[in-house]
Design a protein around this ligand. Structure first.
Ligand SMILES: Cc1cc2nc3c(=O)[nH]c(=O)nc-3n(C[C@H](O)[C@H](O)[C@H](O)COP(=O)(O)OP(=O)(O)OC[C@H]3O[C@@H](n4cnc5c(N)ncnc54)[C@H](O)[C@@H]3O)c2cc1C
Ligand code: FES
Length: 323
């Protein structure tokens, strides 16, 4: 029988990346258009992914995975569903756990187009090729006592992973999570409150299970604070008066939101790391298609860094945001 003792990896240098076969162990729908996918890797793949840093990602090849039957494809995706999926697609992880000689990688995905539609048809025992772990991931600087995680839309997955490792490996850091979306159906969280969330009064089970306080904001007010998650965060920050030097902000979500988060952080001298999104054709610094314009320190010049290799996590103060 497989050893199912779970261990939380330290944030440490990852093993070499590679291309591996990943086996599906679960794939279930949560909420409106989100799924949780569980992948198991063995052998070299298990070693490579065992020490993933939160914010790193993998490129999934779903070119051989079939589409769902037409009646199961949402009407607004019928046209795009017919596009071939020639390129791998990037996904970060909500969790990575080691179980004996296997590594289990949890992914949460939103169904948006041909690749993610294909992902919905995967069932236990299916397998496909995964390339990773890729990119740099978030890091935890010395001397921090407060970490604030700010997720917008589909930005929660890597922050869930980071939240878990912060509460496991950095007991000195108090973590608070914010999640914002247009409406409650756009929040990539399991709508059902589990026992822990109810007991703690924290609304996001994905964070409550690690004892992390969470705050929800929706643009239309259908759940939590009514308005942008960044406005909600500013109000919260005013009340808390956290010492800037001891605080760090980690954020993932739409670029417009990241831009505002970076601005809020800079105005208050708070360190801030943002996970950027780009279309990623190769994921390994070959196609040069995922450029992020960055400031050169102490100069007016800018350079282009590759989101797949130099990122996806950047210092919020260095990025020239497009939105
Ligand atoms: C580092 C990284 C981590 C990611 N992690 C996750 C994750 O954990 N969960 C998740 O659901 N998604 C994640 N994504 C986004 C995911 O890769 C895309 O949603 C997926 O590629 C869509 O594929 P598709 O063929 O279904 O849709 P497509 O037809 O390829 O895209 C559907 C729509 O989404 C837009 N889009 C697709 N990819 C991107 C992108 N990278 N940046 C901006 N817009 C895009 C397209 O322009 C289009 O409008 C991540 C992206 C990056 C770069
Ligand atoms: S995705 Fe090809 S260089 Fe980054």
């Amino acid at each position: 029988m497989t050893d199912i003792t779970e261990s939380a990896p330290e944030i440490s240098l990852p093993r070499a990346k590679g291309m591996f076969e990943a086996f599906v162990t679960d794939n279930k729908k949560i909420g409106h258009s989100f799924y949780k996918l569980k992948l198991t890797l063995s052998g070299e793949g298990a070693h490579a992914f065992a020490n993933c840093i939160p914010g790193q990602f993998a490129e999934l090849d779903v070119s051989e995975v079939p589409l769902p039957p037409e009646e199961n494809i949402p009407e607004d995706l019928l046209d795009v569903s017919q596009r071939e999926v020639l390129l791998r697609r990037p996904f970060s992880f909500t969790d990575v756990t080691v179980h004996g000689d296997k590594t289990v990688v949890d992914i949460m995905y939103c169904v948006l187009g041909p690749a993610t539609l294909r992902l919905t048809t995967l069932k236990s025992g299916d397998s496909f090729s995964i390339l990773g772990p890729l990119g740099n991931g978030f890091h935890v600087p010395e001397g921090k006592k407060y970490a604030i995680l700010i997720a917008g839309g589909m930005g929660t997955p890597p922050l869930q992973h980071l939240g878990k490792l912060l509460v496991t490996n950095h007991l000195e850091i108090e973590v608070t999570a914010f999640a914002g979306a247009k409406s409650k159906n756009d929040l990539p969280i399991d709508g059902r409150l589990d026992e822990i969330s109810i007991q703690l009064g924290f609304p996001i089970p994905e964070f409550a299970r690690y004892g992390i306080e969470s705050i929800i904001a929706t643009d239309d007010g259908s759940l939590g604070y009514k308005g942008f998650v960044t406005d909600c965060f500013v109000e919260w920050l005013k009340e808390k008066e956290l010492p800037a030097q001891e605080t760090i902000i980690y954020s993932c979500g739409p670029e417009k939101m990241l831009s505002r988060v970076a601005q809020i952080a800079q105005e208050r001298n708070i360190e801030c790391q943002v996970s950027m999104e780009r279309r990623m054709a190769c994921g390994i610094n070959l196609c040069q298609g995922c450029a992020v314009e960055c400031k050169v320190p102490n100069s007016n010049e800018t350079i282009y860094k590759m989101c797949c290799q130099d990122g996806p996590v950047f210092d919020g103060a260095e990025v020239i945001f497009v939105n």
